[in-house]
Design a protein around this ligand. Structure first.
Ligand code: ADP
Length: 270
């Protein structure tokens, strides 16, 4: 990559002195290129389901006198529309958190509750592949952050663990506190991630195997969302993986200071 400078010359003194400002444009150009790539990727990802919907609508019209076919094509239209919704939802989530703005509702969040809520939301998909979701060691831990964002990040990690694992396997969500950091790990016994790809999987729209990702309904944004949730909390997400034997993603988030909080006991609670 070449380095480029923007040079500005401003007249300064009566004797023809000039002020020369050279500004390094390399970073600005890189950011521009990333933005352009992103817009191109989004357009491409949107075009695929929209194109499919167009085709299906035409086909339904042609098959008007065959109720069975109409039903089948309508089902596929629903599937494409769901994919579109998923993509738009992920884009909205990403745009909310990647701007470097503070997290929306910071406060103490029960890791136990967040993990169980995420597991509940993923249960149907897990059951369809006879994958067992297990939580361990999550009791009593609290992070300081945003509950919805934590659940979103965990759902994305668990969803991936299910999507990239064979049937009849286990996905384990475990947590522990190390100093003032809570570590939450999601481990699977799935296909794993080649070492060369491990540092790229958190990029928007990066997929190891695009066909496989689409087949499982992936948007290519899940891990980018997880990364931005971690960063927005002042934390991080890392991956350990071995091809053919599984992956472990670990979120490290700030623990809620161990200040004993009075339990609210308003009549509203009952
Ligand atoms: P996608 O919607 O494609 O799953 P993600 O951003 O969630 O997008 O993940 C990016 C890519 O990382 C996936 O396409 C897949 O190749 C790989 N990946 C993510 N999680 C796992 C996992 N648990 N096991 C194996 N590969 C994974």
């Amino acid at each position: 990559e070449s380095t480029s400078f923007a040079v500005r010359v401003a007249p300064l003194g009566p004797h023809g002195q000039v002020l020369v400002l050279a500004e390094d444009q390399t970073e600005r150009r890189r950011v521009e290129a990333v933005r352009r790539d992103f817009v191109a990727n989004v357009s491409h990802e949107l075009k695929t389901p929209v194109g499919a919907l167009h085709l299906l609508a035409e086909t339904v019209q042609d098959a008007a006198d065959d109720p069975e076919a109409v039903k089948r094509f309508a089902g596929r239209m629903q599937h494409e529309a769901a994919r579109l919704t998923h993509l738009v939802q992920d884009l909205i989530t990403l745009s909310r958190i990647q701007g470097g703005e503070p997290i929306p509702n910071p406060g103490p969040v029960s890791v136990d509750e967040a993990v169980h809520e995420a597991i509940d939301r993923c249960n149907t998909r897990a059951a369809a592949k006879d994958i067992t979701l297990v939580a361990g060691g999550v009791e009593g831990l609290r992070i300081f952050g945003d509950e919805d964002l934590l659940v979103t990040a965990l759902r994305n990690l668990i969803d991936n663990a299910i999507a990239y694992s064979p049937e009849h396997t286990r996905v384990v969500v475990s947590a522990r506190q190390v100093g003032d950091v809570v570590e939450i790990s999601v481990s699977d016994q799935g296909i794993g991630i080649p070492e060369s790809a491990q540092k790229r999987i958190f990029e928007r729209f990066f997929r190891v195997d695009a066909a496989r990702s689409r087949a499982t309904g992936g948007t290519g944004l899940g891990l980018a969302i997880v990364k931005h949730v971690a960063v927005a909390h002042g934390g991080e997400v890392t991956v350990w993986s071995k091809e053919g034997s599984g992956s472990t993603f670990t979120l490290r988030l700030p623990a809620h200071a161990a200040v004993p909080e009075p339990r609210p006991s308003s009549p509203m609670e009952a």
